[in-house]
Design a protein around this ligand. Structure first.
Ligand code: ADP
Length: 498
């Protein structure tokens, strides 16, 4: 930058026999309100002078000193006799150097001031056509500075895009008109495990799984909307043994060279995709699960209505009991659904009262024993008191016990234990059933997760353990499972006493 401006100020300095010309601007600094020395031209007499040294260190805020005044007012100043200049800070040094007249012109367009040029000399009169001739130089400097400013801004915004691209949790690629990859951000390696260097120069299509490349190629060709945006979902290749489902968005843009560049973002949406699929599947099951008891209730009540007084009291009692049981099942399911809404909206409220965990377990076991032929063994520890939400912890115990019953053979043992620890009370429910595969252990507490059942019978909806974990977490406790396939599972819960 200094070179171009130096040439211009030198031209005017020499031509009009000034001793020195200094260019001031904010353009080299960070702040737009501080103007400082950028470059200067001076004749031999001033070489190494204190005046030049002082000028190199000087800077002005808008309105400060003579230069600051010119910048603020956007008007030139001509001072023939420097000794009378009130605001000229370098006055003494200038005079000692043999300078006594100054002309300062702003580099200005409209309201915008980019800098100022100061011409210093020893003139009795202002050079006649200097101001008008200088205008050409000022215009040149102005254009030059504007270009420089936009180059700096461009560099800054490129630096910003570069940072965004490095931090983005999605693959960002650019490709040329032929569809060959020209750049990739580091996310490609963390998401797919593939090396970006191996992909540069390859077709964009190679990012996608071979069996959906035709569809992807068609999508890229046909799906551009009015904003030139392509958007679709497809599976992408990885070096792991599972493919990922990705959401792809791409736009094209024209470069200043006239070439076309494609910029795309590929986001891993595998989890969302499967969750949605699971949710759809689950909605079907949940509706079925609500509809079946409802149809039976309807059928039983129709029988009762039709038979009227002609029904035997025992038969009537039987139908009423079954209706009651079915209504309880439905209420339980609806209650679970309401709990899930509470958990997801963060409004699961936990009360606190002193509870004896042994007592709570006894109550649950007594309630459930009549409906199962499992052998339930309860190994109690002493003094297992905690402060907790009695109803909610009971819900957890019911869930663990009914899972143990559901997922182990009829007649097998179920061992419940309590343990009084220093600051916590632990309880466990052990069954000798089908167990849980290692890879599924981390999923059992997830919402909607239901293990596959061999005989395809649907035991549950995958809500119980999710709700149980939320309840235990709300008590600042822990819940986990230890299990071996075909040997059985033990679910542990540990709750703080206070
Ligand atoms: P549900 O039992 O209604 O499906 P849960 O959230 O209670 O829902 O359990 C989620 C899944 O965890 C079950 O579908 C089952 O595959 C597995 N699971 C839970 N408890 C046991 C257990 N005691 N033994 C084996 N698998 C279990």
């Amino acid at each position: 930058m200094e070179d171009t401006i130096y040439r211009i100020i030198k031209l005017y300095g020499e031509e009009y026999k000034w001793k020195c010309a200094i260019f001031w601007s904010y353009i080299t600094g960070e702040e737009k309100s501080i103007f400082s020395y950028v470059t200067s031209w001076y004749d031999k007499g001033l070489k190494g002078s204190k005046f030049i040294r002082l000028s190199k260190q000087a800077s002005f805020g808008i309105g400060e000193g003579l230069i600051g005044d010119v910048i603020k007012s956007r008007k030139y100043r001509w001072i023939q006799n420097i000794s009378k200049a009130e605001k000229y800070r370098r006055k003494d040094v200038a005079m000692r150097t043999g300078i006594n007249s100054i002309y300062v012109a702003p580099i200005v367009s409209g309201k915008e001031v980019l800098g100022a040029i100061e011409f210093l000399g020893n003139k009795k009169h202002f050079p006649v056509d200097f101001a008008s001739t200088l205008q050409t130089g000022i215009n040149q400097i102005y254009l030059y500075l504007k270009r420089k400013e936009s180059e700096i801004q461009l560099a800054k915004s490129e630096e910003k895009s570069q940072t965004i691209s490095e931090l983005a949790p999605a693959i960002i690629y650019t490709a040329n008109e032929k569809g060959l990859i020209t750049s990739l951000n580091p996310a490609v390696e963390s998401i797919t495990g593939l090396k970006s260097n191996d992909l540069i120069g390859k077709p964009v299509l190679e990012l996608f799984c071979p069996d959906n490349r035709d569809e992807v190629a068609t999508a890229y060709k046909t799906q551009r909307d009015n904003n030139n945006l392509v958007s679709f979902e497809a599976s992408i290749v990885t070096n792991k043994n599972e493919d990922l489902i990705a959401e792809v968005k791409e736009k094209t843009r024209y470069l200043s060279t006239g070439e076309i560049e494609r910029i795309g973002i590929i986001r891993d949406v595998t989890e969302r995709y499967f969750l949605e699929k699971q949710k759809d599947l689950w909605m079907g099951i949940a509706t079925h699960e609500l509809k079946t008891p409802l149809s039976s209730i309807k059928a039983f009540s129709q029988i009762l209505t039709k038979k009227g007084k002609n029904i035997k009291p025992k038969e009537r009692q039987n139908y009423l009991l079954r209706i009651n049981k079915l209504a309880d099942e439905m209420t339980g399911l609806i209650q679970d659904l309401l709990d899930i809404t509470k958990i997801r909206t963060g409004s699961l409220e936990i009360s606190s009262e002193k509870c004896n965990i042994n007592e709570l377990i006894n109550e649950v076991v007594e309630e459930m024993l009549p409906v199962t032929n499992h052998k339930v063994i309860f190994k109690k520890d002493e003094k297992v008191y905690i402060n907790c939400d009695r109803r909610r912890i009971e819900q957890v115990i019911i869930n663990l016990l009914s899972n143990a019953i559901k997922y182990s053979p009829a007649g097998s043992k179920i061992i419940i234990k309590t343990e009084n620890k220093k600051d916590t009370v632990a309880l466990s429910v052990q069954d000798f059933g089908k167990g849980i595969e290692d890879k599924n252990k981390k999923h059992v507490f997830e919402l909607f997760y239901r293990g596959e059942s061999k005989n395809n019978s649907s035991f549950g909806l995958g809500l119980g353990l999710y709700i149980s974990r939320a309840i235990v977490n709300a008590h600042n406790g822990n819940i986990w499972v230890e299990s071996k396939v075909d040997e059985g599972s033990t679910f542990f819960v540990e709750l703080p006493k206070k």
